[in-house]
Design a protein around this ligand. Structure first.
Ligand SMILES: Nc1ncnc2c1ncn2[C@@H]1O[C@H](COP(=O)(O)OP(=O)(O)OP(=O)(O)O)[C@@H](O)[C@H]1O
Length: 246
């Protein structure tokens, strides 16, 4: 079953074509990575898919719901862990999770049960009473993802989930993301090529607002005739050529 389908999805800011005629399909349960150099249009794509901004033209459906005509329905089935970690700094880890449950309308008993389970699943018990503002970047990212997943979205957007983290914290988050794999549809943006290669079922490479290639890491290496994924990425990002249908 298709989870996300974009048709001619585009966003223009005055003279900037941030995303241009994006056409792609993401399957239910897939972990899909969006890659591209700075300004390629990844965050703009995620913002359109999560109904934070409206497309200039084109449309996208998420579990059959259009971001243009049914944004409220889309918002009910998704959640986002944004690039700038969205935690309430003066609340504790537990309070942040309970707050999220409150926003989504769970009663207090359900909120407590869900919070207990999420603290366990995300190994947050040692810091559950700490205020979010004193947490390290790695713990804050982990909390941010936990807050996005506690509402049981069908589709989860992770915008650069491991940005700025050390190798150990990154690997720990990979482990958490891997545990979610297959259970929900995940769209992830990253600048870490090894992250996309390690986690994603399929990878889309964007350049200057356009989709230039899509496939598994192995397929993209073959497509670019490259020995490793980094060389493939550089080759595929290098020009205006579109590789997707070759
Ligand atoms: N609100 C905005 N107003 C004007 N231009 C914007 C706005 N948001 C994004 N852009 C432009 O759209 C283009 C795509 O930006 P976007 O943030 O989607 O890229 P990205 O691939 O996420 O980049 P990065 O890897 O640096 O986060 C860039 O040229 C950017 O300057």
């Amino acid at each position: 079953m298709t989870a996300i389908e974009t048709k001619g999805l585009s966003k223009t800011y005055k003279a900037t074509r941030a995303v241009e005629d994006l056409n792609l399909t993401i399957e239910n349960g897939e972990l899909f990575a969006l890659l591209g150099v700075n300004g390629a249009g990844k965050t703009t794509t995620i913002k359109m898919l999560s109904c934070i901004i409206k497309p200039s033209s084109g449309d996208a459906t998420l579990m059959g719901n259009s971001v243009v005509t049914s944004p409220l329905k889309v918002k009910e089935i998704i959640n986002v862990s944004p690039q700038e970690t969205a935690v309430a700094p003066n609340l504790s880890v537990r309070e942040n999770l309970e707050l999220m449950c409150g926003i989504y309308g769970y009663d207090s008993k359900t909120a407590r049960e869900k919070t207990d389970k999420t603290i366990k699943d995300f190994s947050l018990s040692e810091i559950e009473k700490s205020r979010a503002r004193i947490l390290s970047g790695g713990w804050q990212r982990r909390l941010s993802i936990a807050m996005a997943i506690i509402t049981e979205p069908e589709i989860l957007f992770l915008d650069e989930p491991t940005l700025g983290l050390d190798v150990l914290a990154r690997r720990e988050l990979w482990r958490i993301i891997e545990k979610m794999k297959g259970k929900i549809t995940i769209v992830l943006t990253t600048h870490y090529l090894e992250e996309a290669e390690a986690l994603a079922d399929r990878i889309a490479i964007m350049s200057r607002g356009k989709l230039v290639a899509i496939g598994t890491a192995g397929e993209l290496k073959t497509l670019a005739n490259a020995g490793n994924f980094e060389d493939a990425f550089v080759a595929l990002c290098g020009g205006e050529k579109t590789y997707e249908n070759e």
